[in-house]
Design a protein around this ligand. Structure first.
Ligand code: IPE
Ligand code: IPE
Ligand code: MG
Length: 245
């Protein structure tokens, strides 16, 4: 008989109690660059690299779903050259992701209205989703031109359309969820926001009803796998009651 329960070593998450779905607001790129005397665009490049490292870590430890906020419906308010840089980095990321897909085996999906993006980006998005559909490892959802309110409005419209056609299911929270970008994906267990801001900024408004939140002052480009482990450990110490006792 074993006298000691096999357990995590100090400072490591318990891999038997992982959150199924982690969502991250990738914030703080601009401030990271400013602190180094670099242009904001350099912060976005560093943030994109960090996204790769965090997605790989999630895959390695066995997270099922990772949803990241890359560009909000409000981020169009930024100067056009900054928006163009972010879109350019996304294109670069997707080209590289496609080239390494067979090796990485990460399933990529996109949440948001991608119809207004450049044709190049839309082609890359379609290709990425098509190729990675069959991969079974971590599923990474990239929120691009995404807003929680916009998502709920679109779902409402789609439901209303189905209702008119007589094909809508009875309206429940569960059936309504199937009209969201996140259809068939469990709600995030853990929502992380680096950079010190303590707000959702229109991220996963419907889905985060019972999520655990983790805020840290660490800026996104510095939010390394060790920081993610710390967030998961904090999550594992929470008591989730869902309104019960
Ligand atoms: C997040 O970093 C990236 C996007 C919103 C696209 P920010 O660019 O918001 O960085 P800060 O908040 O200005 O530091
Ligand atoms: C949220 O960050 C959006 C993304 C990280 C993509 P913002 O930097 O846009 O949020 P606010 O403006 O500080 O609320
Ligand atoms: Mg910001």
């Amino acid at each position: 008989m074993r006298l000691f329960r096999k357990s995590k070593s100090a400072g490591e998450p318990d891999l038997s109690k992982l959150p199924r779905h982690i969502a991250i607001i990738m914030d703080g790129n601009g401030r990271w660059a400013k602190r180094r005397g670099l242009p904001r665009t350099a912060g976005h490049a560093a943030g994109a690299e960090n996204f790769r490292a965090i997605a790989t870590h999630c895959k390695n430890i066995g997270i099922e779903y990772l949803t990241v906020y890359a560009f909000s419906t409000e981020n169009w308010k930024r100067p056009p050259d900054e928006v163009a840089t972010i879109m350019g980095l996304l294109e670069k990321y997707l080209r590289e992701a496609i080239a390494q897909m067979e090796r990485d085996r990460v399933k990529l999906k996109f949440f948001g209205d991608t119809s207004v993006l450049s044709e190049d980006l839309r082609t890359l998005i379609a290709e990425t989703e098509a190729i990675s559909k069959r991969f079974e490892g971590v599923q990474v959802n990239i929120c691009l031109n995404y807003g929680g309110r916009d998502e709920i409005l679109r779902a409402t419209e789609a439901y209303a359309e189905a209702y008119k056609n007589g094909t809508a299911p009875p309206l429940t929270a569960e059936s309504f969820s199937t009209y969201l970008y996140s259809a068939n994906i469990p709600d995030p267990d853990l929502v992380i926001r680096p950079s010190g801001e303590m707000r959702l900024s229109n991220f996963l408004l419907w889905q985060s009803a019972y999520s655990e939140f983790y805020f840290t002052k660490t800026l996104w480009p510095n939010f390394n796998p060790h920081e993610l482990d710390k967030a998961i450990i904090a999550f594992q110490e929470r008591d989730r009651r869902y309104g019960g006792i």
